[in-house]
Design a binder for this molecule. Structure first.
Ligand code: TYM
Length: 408
């Protein structure tokens, strides 16, 4: 009989077994691995580039700003052509930022806050326009249980959430596809005339027997704003719009749309969009899934009350040991601990974060203390957000959503 330690056995098994199943698409994110999503594997699979230290140093040097905690901590961890954006900034050329939201819940959740906060930071640092697409069409096509009026009311509530993040009203346009299709359509037409149905099947996994026409048509609509020509009525500039770069900050699940945009760009005589990709804020149930509006118990809405936040984080998956004695002796696992994951994304203070990290690893900080700090941090963020949101009125909304010219 072979006698092996648990660790050796585990290593042997890992060599024999295929890598754990991992699905990361715009429609589904999950893994069977206890270690969560393998982000390095996605870099290889999608063909993106890691954000290396020298790129961050160049960013800080050029912008004279400290890199956002999302960059310092590798939460935004890979990119496509971010150097190109830095080059154009260095040459004094303008570019724009593009992000979006698919309204599927009345309130956005903490995961959605990540790209929005980051986009606002990039707008402040580079002083550039931001266009924010609200895909009311997408949710109607992909969530059959939602009807048109549900989606519209969610879209209108989500627009207030987005405004509360603090974008510059002079330089930010928030548009619902249902209302703005006239502006988008010339670019959508150009894209749809080049896209093959088989590309939709291979990139987005659509099933030819069951997918609807709306589903096949939608990707071109999300791709259109990644080309500056889409905003020829909005952007004022003295250069050819086809030469203007677009930077898209998003979680890695949205990459397939823009991979196709980049393939098509030469055919549209336009620049390829550049991207910054983040990892996912995990579900409260564990790191195997992203925080997602499809499971309301395992997420924190930005509309949650302090007691709701306390209750939800109190129950979240812990990387601690079963007993206090065991935890003091062996320490906890910060990789799988959801409260630590929340702190690593939202706690601004680097030193305090290291204190919690090191204390958890050496067993001096218990799961309850980690959760307590996460509860306090998230309650503060949500309460600040709610104060800003309560100030929003119809005039504020109009400033962001009505037609206007934006100087590039
Ligand atoms: P949606 O509404 O699912 O998500 C909005 C943005 O939030 C990111 N995101 C997350 N980031 C970190 N952790 C999470 N748990 C998490 N969950 C969602 C998404 O990557 C996205 O950036 N089809 C899009 C809407 C859209 C869009 C865009 C997104 C239209 N145009 C351009 C990005 C860029 C959607 O349904 O996103």
């Amino acid at each position: 009989m072979i006698e092996e330690s648990d660790e050796q056995l585990l290593q042997m098994l890992q060599q024999i077994l295929p890598p754990p199943e991992q699905i990361v698409t715009p429609f589904e994110v999950k893994t069977s691995s206890p270690n969560g999503i393998d982000y390095d594997r996605l870099v290889k699979h999608f063909g993106t580039s890691l954000i290396e230290q020298n790129l961050l140093e160049r960013f800080e040097k050029l912008t004279k700003q400290k890199a956002h905690r999302y960059l310092r901590r590798g939460i935004y961890y890979c990119h496509r052509d971010f150097e190109k954006i830095l080059d154009s900034f260095e040459r004094g050329e303008k570019f724009y930022l593009y992000t979006g939201r698919g309204p599927s819940s009345k309130s956005i959740h903490l995961g959605h806050l990540v790209p929005l906060q980051f986009c606002k930071y990039l707008q402040d640092v580079f002083d550039v326009p931001v266009v924010i697409q609200i895909t009311d069409d997408e949710k109607l096509f992909f969530k059959p249980n939602l009807d048109y009026s549900d989606v519209q009311s969610m879209a209108n509530e989500n627009i207030k959430d987005i405004i509360a993040v603090g974008f510059n009203p002079e330089k930010t346009l928030i548009f619902k596809n249902g209302e703005w299709m006239g502006t988008l359509y010339p670019t959508v037409m150009k894209i749809q005339s080049k896209l093959q149905a088989k590309q939709m099947i291979s990139v987005f996994g659509f099933d030819i027997d069951t997918a609807t026409v709306g589903q096949f048509a939608f990707p071109a609509v999300q791709m259109a704003p990644s080309f500056a020509m889409c905003f020829e009525n909005v952007f004022e500039c003295d250069v050819d719009l086809n030469s203007v770069n677009c930077l898209i900050p998003c979680a890695i699940d949205q990459d397939p749309y823009f991979r196709v945009s980049r393939d098509l760009a030469p055919k549209l005589h336009s620049q390829k969009p550049c991207l910054l990709h983040s990892k996912f804020l995990p579900s409260l149930a564990g790191i195997g899934e992203k925080m997602s509006a499809s499971n309301s118990e395992s997420l924190i809405f930005l509309s949650d009350t302090p007691p709701q936040i306390k209750k939800k984080i109190g129950k979240c998956f812990s990387g601690g040991q079963v007993t206090v004695a065991e935890h003091r002796e062996k320490g906890g696992n910060i990789e799988t601990d959801v409260a630590y994951n929340l702190l690593s994304v939202f706690l601004e203070d680097d030193e305090l974060l290291s204190h919690y990290k090191n204390g958890y690893i050496d067993g001096s900080i218990l799961s309850g203390e980690m959760k307590q700090r996460a509860i306090q941090t998230i309650q503060n963020i949500v309460s600040d957000f709610q104060k800003e949101r309560n100030k929003i009125n119809d005039t504020t909304i109009a400033k962001f959503t009505r037609f206007k010219k934006i100087q590039l």
